[in-house]
Design a protein around this ligand. Structure first.
Ligand code: EPU
Length: 419
């Protein structure tokens, strides 16, 4: 078991190049299933979730390999349509393969993803949408069997909530379906725009990605292409929070300010100076941090749930009272108890967390319970007096490429240890 050992209170300073986006890369890798030629995904982050997606592709009979931030996938030889349970469990977001496999093979079998660290993760909207497109879905002993005897066809689908995964699954299933599919109340996250742009690069006919109405006109075939994965806006927000909690100064390369419009003002309210130019965000946090007005997580373009934990870590040291309301997931405060062990003053109940800023955090042995919560503990360790050990780094490795290397290059005292 690996852990990160951090000796805190070192001010971060320097440049960090932000990795490619995990949540885009995973959807794009699933999308490769639909293509007959080779796809080259550049700027693909080296993450355990990305490697898990490549293993799924190989299991399906595709040829995939990963080298130096590029994933090469050729699904010309796809032969299987089932994803085994151990692979589904390894990566909850493998549900996005459902629409892609069904679109390409006309059938798909995978185990029900069930709950995860963030609480129950229902997929009712994914399934109902695919049924509207002609899929027949049965569930037996936790295994989903999907088939479409007459092929998938276009449909007009209204989502009750702008679910990211459901929007992706519908886009993937509709790309090769007969006729036109319209998604109303679609998710507008930048990763959806990236998926639409990627599929179009492969020959799909998709418009409206990034707005709440996405229109997909099915085509006969998709071909290969070369495509650059978008930068990771949540990793960028995480490094901004690292600068804030250490009173540091970072210049983030490959960071798109327009995708962080709900996040940047929060750092400004905390008293940080933020300048954005080209694809860079510069943040300088010399002054003591101040509490912020209520943060409510919302679907994009609202404040992202994925940035909630890391911003909360910075707020633990902000003078005054801050309030966070988590509206997307029902169990996304598991980092709170661990932050409290480090001296933070946070009360969380239901959707609401109240953070009273403290003067000091103290190093402690803490455990990551999920990806973003784990990153929050690393940040707290950077801002704490003394030594912090963060256990269960495997959660953090799912979404952050070599987090300790980037932080160390910016001046942090952080080491990965085994055992
Ligand atoms: N939901 C349903 N039914 C459904 C689908 C979703 O009730 O059929 C609910 C979920 O339970 C949740 C809410 O709707 O309460 C939002 O879920 P959504 O489908 O939008 O999220 P997701 O596709 O499961 C993606 C990201 C998450 C990110 C959310 C919200 C990937 C691989 N995952 O999840 O990323 O938090 O969108 O932006 O893209 C992370 O990176 O740490 C992470 C968890």
């Amino acid at each position: 078991m690996q852990k990160l050992v951090i000796r805190g209170e070192k001010r971060l300073y320097g440049e960090i190049a932000v990795q490619g986006a995990k949540n885009s890369a995973l959807a794009l890798l699933a999308g490769c299933t639909l293509c007959s030629g080779e796809v080259r995904l550049t700027n693909c982050p080296a993450l355990s979730d990305v490697f898990a997606a490549c293993r799924i592709l190989n299991r399906l009979g595709c040829k995939s390999r990963y080298s130096e931030h590029t994933a090469y996938v050729n699904a010309g030889s796809i032969s299987e349509c089932a994803v085994p349970e151990d692979m589904m469990r390894e990566m909850r977001s493998s549900i996005v393969f459902l629409g892609a496999i069904l679109g390409r093979k006309g059938q798909c079998e995978l185990s029900f993803p069930g709950g995860c660290e963030l609480g129950p993760r229902p997929i009712d909207m994914h399934l109902s949408a695919l049924e509207q497109m002609g899929a027949r879905i049965t569930e037996e002993y936790g295994v989903l069997c999907c088939e479409c005897p007459y092929g998938l066809h276009g449909a007009k689908i209204s989502l009750g909530f702008p679910s990211v995964g459901a929007t992706e699954n519908i886009m993937l299933a509709a790309a090769l379906a007969k006729g036109e599919t319209v998604i109303y109340n679609a998710a507008r996250e930048p990763e959806i725009t990236d998926l639409g742009n990627f599929l179009n690069c492969c020959g799909a006919r998709i418009s409206g990605q990034g707005t709440s109405t996405v229109v997909i006109s099915g085509v006969e075939k998709l071909h290969g292409c070369e495509y650059e994965v978008m930068p990771d806006r949540i990793a960028a927000a995480t490094y901004m929070a690292a600068a804030a909690i250490t009173g540091g100064e970072l210049d983030l390369k490959n960071a798109r300010a327009q995708e962080l419009e709900a996040v940047i003002p929060v750092f400004e309210q905390m008293g940080c100076a933020v300048f954005t130019y080209d694809e860079r965000i510069y943040i300088n946090c010399k002054r003591p941090l101040k509490a912020v007005r209520t943060i409510r997580t919302m679907p994009y373009p609202g404040f992202p749930t994925d940035a909630q934990a890391v911003v909360m870590a910075a707020l633990t040291k902000a003078k005054g009272t801050s309030v966070v309301v988590e509206n997307i997931f029902c169990s996304r405060y598991r980092h709170v108890d661990e932050l409290v062990r480090m001296g933070a003053n946070i009360k969380a109940e239901g959707k609401v967390a109240v953070i009273e800023g403290v003067k000091r955090l103290y190093g402690a042995r803490v455990r990551a319970c999920d990806l973003r919560g784990g990153a929050a503990l690393v940040l707290a360790g950077l801002g704490a007096q003394g030594e912090t050990e963060v256990e269960k780094v495997c959660y953090i490795d799912r979404g952050y490429e070599n987090i300790e290397k980037y932080l160390r290059e910016a001046g942090a005292d952080i080491t990965r240890m085994t055992g």
